[in-house]
Structures are given as C-alpha cells and as structure tokens.
Design a protein around this ligand. Sequence first.
Ligand code: 76R
Length: 272
Amino acid sequence: MSESPHPSPEVPETREGWFVLHDCYVVDWPRWRACSAGIEMIAEAQAWLERMQGAARGDSAMYSVVGQKADLLFLHYRDSVEALDEVELSFRRLRLHEFLKPSFSFLSVIELGLYEASAAARRALAARGRRPEDPGYEEAYREELARLTAELDARLFRRIPAQRHLCFYPMSKRRGEQRNWYALSSEERRQLMRGHGQVGARYRERVVQVISGAIGLDSWEWGVDLHADDPLVFKKLVTEMRYDPASAWYAEFGPFFIGIRHPPEDLTELLA
Ligand code: 76R
C-alpha cells in the first residue's frame, strides 16, 4: 500500500489491506424454475467460484443469505479495485447471471485503525526527547510505527475466515448536531475505541471481526464482517456493543445480512 505523509494528527492513522466486495443477489425463481439448461449453468457457475477461490492475491466465498434481502452473497477480497471489477465482469458473463437480480453491494478495503499504535509511537519518541517540530521527527515516527505494526499484515492480507456463519452490515459514525464523531478530538476517539476494543476482546475466541473502511468508496463508512460458528454470538456481541459508548452514541447501521457459508458444489442444492 502506498504511504502518504500523515495529513493531520486529528485524522486517525489506518493500514489498508485487501479491497473487499460484498455482492448480493436474489434469484429470479419463476424464470429459473422454467429454465431447462439449469444443470450446465450451475456447473459453469461452480467452475467460476472455484477459480475465484483459487485467486493468488485474495480470496472468495459464497454464502446463502437467510431472509429476503438476498439469496446469495459473494464475498471477494482482492489486491485492487480493478481486480474486483474483473471478478464482477467475469461473474456477469455467466449464464446464471441472467437469472439473478442484484440486491446489494458494498465496496470497501480491509482496515486496521492505529489509534493505540500511533499514540504509542509518539509516546516512545517523546520519551526519547524528540519533539514533533524537530527535523526528522516524521521519519522517526514512521520508523517507530512500522516497528510497532510489523505483524499487522497477517490481518490485512488474510484469507476469508472459515467460520460457517457470517454477519455483515455497513455502518457509519454519527455526524449529528449533538453527537459528531468527526468533531471529537483524537484523544476522545482513542478513549472510545479503547473501550470498544475491550468489549470486543471478550469475544475473540468466538468471533473473527473484519473491519473494512468505505469512506470515499461506498455509501456507508465501514463494513463490519463477523464470522462465527455459532450465530447466537452475533446477537450477544452486537447487543453488548450497543451499550458501549462508541456504539451507543455514535454508531448508525445499515441492513444486516446473515449468511451461511457454502462450497461451490453446494450451488446445485442452493438453486434446486
Ligand atoms: O483491530 C483490533 O482488533 C483492535 C481493536 C479494534 C478496533 C481499532 C476493534 C476490536 N475494532 C476496531 C475498530 Mn471493532 N467492531 C465494530 C462492530 O455493532 C456495533 O456496535 C459496531 C460494529 C463490532 C461488532 C466490532 C467488533 N470496529 C472498529 C471500527 C473502526 C472505527 C474507527 O476507526 O473509528 C468499527 C466501525 C468497528 C465496528 N471490534 C473489535 C469488534 C471485536 C469483536 C473486536 C475485538 C477483536 C479482537 O480483539 O480480536
């Protein structure tokens, strides 16, 4: 990822990994049931999904969505927006695509907030007597931060977590007159994120969260993906987050999608 000089200490530092596309469809059931070439179309789509899952730089997965918001959700991680566009174009060329109606999509990029690490790097420099206005401070800061975040790549350029259930929703942080996340100081936001992280850490064994940033990419500010074997954990975790100040005061949510992961061969069953 390209590094740009840090714009302002108020803008949180982030690291970005794979670009992410959530691509949701409903099946046009009456037309699909009336179609006689279904078997070949499924085989073609299965071969496509296998190819997508074999991507060298990224990963793909298919989920069956429970409820009416979608029938199928395809989740793709890739190393560029162009690569995601190619995934989408190759999907559109499938004959099965004629029987699918788009119901939702979301473009974002896996993001790790460095609220804690960036503060720790500045503290380490301060302890060494370096002041922000000193020459070479920015470079020293970059080096310190790189040292503190060396192990983050495994989370940024990861495979799609294997857990059977997915809970995906887009969200934003409130920009209201009374409560405005973006008008808080970086220290206030850091405090709130610390509380958030502490609540989350209690679920570490049961949930894998993948946060992707979507500011400038899509109509919400983040995508939240929670991967768990037990879907009840979604309810427990998200409920607990609602009572945490970072969510209680500042979170706004889009639609929730609950999916069950399926390998390509299950398409036959899913479309039966
Ligand atoms: O990345 C890390 O694990 C460090 C701590 C952490 C950050 C920086 C963290 C931990 N999150 C971070 C950032 Mn989270 N998270 C959500 C939601 O439903 C809701 O109320 C909110 C949706 C859940 C359920 C959740 C779970 N997190 C973020 C951000 C970016 C905000 C920003 O930068 O301003 C968002 C939008 C967000 C939302 N979070 C955790 C979890 C869980 C389970 C953890 C602990 C993970 C672990 O410790 O392994």
